[in-house]
Design a protein around this ligand. Structure first.
Ligand code: SF4
Length: 496
């Protein structure tokens, strides 16, 4: 009789397809050749789940938790593994509680970033969780199968886990980073079925990051070592995925262009077979000049380049341990825009060192480059980050639960943070609409004022929930407010 293991991933949107649990399965199948073992990958998509605050699951009706847990138990698994991260962890804990109510002796293992950096706390607080898999999970998953199904290895011998024994949390030795040559592609091994035109497919071409940004947790343990998937496999995988015609492809490496030659080879092979599938890439534009040849490839109309700027304040970036060169950044953005590349600029509100004025400077700078989109998010003090350790030093107070957003820092009071968030929200909302964007550009030119001053004076807009106002009403408000300013240019004042 076959023995089953169920791996669960709860997606943050019905379109997202993230390969984490498929990677575990692909790796385990390459290591354990036993046909009696069946690994079920269960992707739960939140079509009917309530989403608040851009992805956080709260107040999920118990009926739904019940049905999720029933579907997990349906195949009577020997153990269940759940992949956690900041956006799904609340829901995962509720599902686990239900699973344990129904089957008290079913072993529950959780993994992923949210579990790795909180392992001790989670095990101490949550009696329903048996094991936390730390860091990269592939090899650990193989050992857990050996433990639960073959009884061949004791928990204490499995590297990279934390578990409770006699009320004490035991953490075993961490593993060495996984050799990515040993990692089969879950796409090329047909473990993932791609629905034509419907999903955003996530692809890793490398793992880890050599940098140490203080707000980031993607650079710990194994992930402190930048490793690449074999180039030939990456190219094969991307060509295969493009042929399946997904809605979008998301290449998640934070430093895609760090090696110019490798990036060019990957881009050239995509360009040969892609006509119109949108592909998002994270590129570093703030370290050194991007060469023209690479920029030309990146400027193809279906690439969307996400550029993390975070802040323009040198001292802030220094504190954040963010390696940067503002001149290179300016030069690269200009070059990419001159080639008509699609660019998304990202900023963080509330980095220690930044003030409300810095946020306005960021907005003015971003607006001057006219990227395709601008994303501004409040700083989150994620578990495991340097800012978590140094929160006191920088006067950071923050929510102790996901999404870990800050309340204040030494340089930004609570009210300044609110003010910064308001102006950023207003800016993003207006910038994302072509009509409003043109309107603002026109008035900036006319009044010879930076965009932040105009935004500050759009007081009336600020009072409403922008997303619910009809477009013509927003335009009316913009026009009437700006006309007032234009008629009395000397009376421009901060309005927030
Ligand atoms: S923010 Fe990006 S560059 Fe910085 S450490 Fe994290 S992954 Fe690396």
């Amino acid at each position: 009789m076959s023995q089953k293991i169920t791996l669960v991933y709860i997606a943050t949107s019905s379109e997202e397809l993230y390969p984490a649990v498929f990677n575990l399965k692909a790796y385990a199948l390459s290591r354990i050749k036993d046909r009696k073992i069946k690994i079920e990958t269960k992707i739960i998509k939140p079509t009917k789940l309530k989403r608040i605050n851009n992805h956080i699951y709260r107040d999920i009706p118990s009926r739904q938790i019940n049905s999720i847990s029933d579907s997990i138990l349906k195949k009577n698994p020997v153990f269940v593994g759940l992949s956690t991260y900041v956006w799904n962890v609340d829901l995962i804990f509720k599902v686990i509680k239900k699973l344990k109510n129904k089957k008290p002796f079913l072993p529950i293992v959780i993994g992923g970033a949210e579990a790795t950096y909180n392992a001790r706390k989670i095990l101490q607080k949550n009696k329903n969780i048996d094991i936390v898999a730390l860091d990269e999970g592939e090899e650990t998953f193989v050992d857990l199968i050996r433990h639960f199904l073959y009884k061949k290895i004791a928990l204490t011998e499995i590297k990279g886990i934390a578990f409770k024994k006699n009320g004490r949390v035991i953490q075993t030795q961490m593993r060495k980073p996984l050799d990515l040559k040993q990692m089969p592609s879950p796409y090329l091994t047909n473990l993932i079925k791609i629905n034509k035109g419907r999903e955003t497919i996530t692809v890793e071409t490398s793992r880890g990051c050599p940098f140490k940004c203080a707000y980031c947790s993607y650079n710990m343990f194994s992930y402190a070592h930048l490793r690449f998937f074999p180039l030939s496999e990456v190219i094969k995988e991307l060509i295969y995925i493009i042929k399946q015609k997904p809605k979008k492809i998301n290449i998640v490496d934070d430093n895609f262009n760090i090696y110019d030659l490798r990036a060019k080879k990957i881009l050239n092979s995509i360009i040969k077979c892609n006509k119109k599938i949108l592909i998002t890439l994270f590129i570093r534009a703030d370290i050194w000049p991007i060469k023209k040849e690479l920029a030309r490839l990146l400027a193809k109309p279906y690439f969307y380049l996400t550029v993390g700027v975070q802040s323009l304040n040198k001292k802030t970036l220094f504190r954040a341990k963010r390696i940067h060169n503002i001149n290179s950044l300016n030069q690269n953005i200009k070059l990419l825009r001159s080639l008509k590349a699609n660019i998304i600029l990202q900023f963080i509100i509330g980095l220690p060192g930044d003030t409300y004025k810095d946020i306005k400077d960021d907005i003015n700078w971003a607006f001057s480059h006219q990227p395709n989109d601008i994303q501004i998010q409040t700083l989150r003090v994620n578990p495991g980050t340097l800012y978590e350790k140094e929160a006191k030093k920088y006067g950071i107070t923050y929510r102790r639960k996901p999404p870990y957003t800050i309340f204040k820092t030494n340089t930004m009071s609570q009210s300044e943070l609110k003010k910064s968030e308001k102006i950023a929200q207003l800016f993003q909302m207006l910038y994302r609409n072509n009509t409003y964007r043109k309107r603002l550009s026109y008035f900036c030119q006319k009044t010879n004022q930076p965009i932040s001053v105009l935004l500050e004076n759009l007081k009336e807009l600020n009072q409403y929930n922008l997303f619910f106002l009809p477009k013509n009403m927003v335009i009316k408000i913009i026009d009437s407010q700006i006309r007032k300013i234009y008629e009395q240019p000397t009376s421009l004042r901060s309005g927030f």
